[in-house]
Design a protein around this ligand. Structure first.
Ligand code: ZN
Length: 75
């Protein structure tokens, strides 16, 4: 059984798809027995999807700038 600290680390890693299969399995098993980490993992996922959405907006603005620069350089 892993500790809550380890579960938090794996949870963070799995958000970025860096956790291995055995790590994910250990995390799932821990969450079954630990309500605190179950809530943490759920909130973490929500936060990540919010951040991903925010990142997309930033990226598109940046893309526009890069595109504008590229066009101006070619004129
Ligand atoms: Zn825990």
């Amino acid at each position: 059984m892993i500790s809550c600290d380890e579960a938090a680390v794996i949870s963070n890693k799995s958000q970025y798809k860096e956790a291995s299969l055995s790590e994910k399995f250990k995390l799932k098993l821990h969450i079954l027995f630990c309500g605190t980490c179950a809530v943490f993992s759920k909130k973490n996922k929500q936060l990540t999807s919010l951040m991903a959405k925010a990142k997309l907006c930033v990226m598109s603005d940046l893309d526009k700038k890069v595109l504008k620069q590229t066009i101006e350089e070619q004129l």
